[in-house]
Design a protein around this ligand. Structure first.
Ligand SMILES: Nc1ncnc2c1ncn2[C@@H]1O[C@H](COP(=O)(O)OP(=O)(O)OP(=O)(O)O)[C@@H](O)[C@H]1O
Ligand SMILES: [Mg+2]
Length: 238
């Protein structure tokens, strides 16, 4: 069986700085795969390349067997790959409903879009309660929920989340992690980038540890959670 997403020897540079130095990994349909690693390891660069926002120097990305190299970002969304970016990037002056509608900008099925907006409200009731409010008035955690809800509006086959727990209180973080589990049990495939290694590895089928542009360790979520070097470097243990 071919994986949903296959990344082979991907290299990405900003000018002369090579931020991703030849990484390979794959994501099978139905899995949650996580990329963890310290600041500047190249996680965001990897996601931005997969969604077509950055051009790789070299390497191959295949989605459902189709090579994505050179495919523009909007076509990649259409193929079924959605990205909830680091730092959220919601539209603060637009309402919550309008932000969600923008996530469906490539769809034409009005009834289906309304149904999925309702689904986002079921997933995150606070968004439903505040639907007519400007998104900029939401708290950080609520904006994170909106960013996830918006990414889901394209009905993605693969949802990429870049640090969904960033800046959130422990309770908000638990809520977000719970939602990721819920999405997984509904069959959504997820590529999760997280600083919170404990939370990410606990729910991931498979994880990769990145350090300065390379994958230095891979395993199941449970294996990595119990790996001594991971515990020392990422889980704050001596
Ligand atoms: N637009 C840019 N121009 C130049 N260098 C960049 C740019 N964006 C990122 N970098 C560099 O590329 C490297 C990887 O950055 P990236 O944002 O992918 O890391 P990250 O793993 O997502 O880190 P974090 O956990 O802090 O979000 C870093 O050294 C960073 O300084
Ligand atoms: Mg990042």
């Amino acid at each position: 069986m071919t994986a949903l997403l296959e990344v082979e020897d991907l290299r990405v540079a900003y000018g002369k700085i090579e931020a991703v130095k030849g990484i390979s990994f794959s994501v099978e349909a139905g899995q949650v795969v996580t990329l963890i690693g310290t600041n500047g390891a190249g996680k965001t660069t990897t996601l931005r390349t997969l969604s077509g926002l950055l051009k790789p120097l070299a390497g191959t990305v295949r989605f459902e067997g189709e090579t994505l190299t050179g495919t523009p970002a909007h076509k990649i969304v259409k193929l079924g790959l959605a990205h909830s970016p680091e730092g959220r990037h919601i539209f603060p002056r637009l309402t919550i409903t309008e932000n969600l509608q923008l996530g469906a900008f490539l769809r034409k099925d009005a009834a289906g879009i309304d149904k999925d907006i309702q689904r986002a409200y079921d997933l995150f009731p606070i968004l439903g309660e505040r639907r007519g409010q400007a998104a900029g008035t939401l708290s950080g955690g609520e904006q994170q929920m909106l960013a996830m809800g918006r990414a889901l509006m394209s009905r993605p086959k693969l949802l990429m989340l870049d640090e969904p727990s960033m800046g959130l209180s422990p309770i908000m973080m638990q809520k977000i992690m719970h939602t990721i589990r819920e999405l997984k049990s509904n069959g959504t495939t997820i590529l999760l980038v997280e600083q919170n290694a404990q939370a990410a590895l606990s729910l991931a089928d498979c994880g990769h540890v990145m350090e300065i542009g390379k994958i230095v360790l891979s395993g199941t979520g449970q294996d990595l959670l119990h790996d001594e070097s991971v515990r020392k470097a990422y889980l704050g243990e001596d």
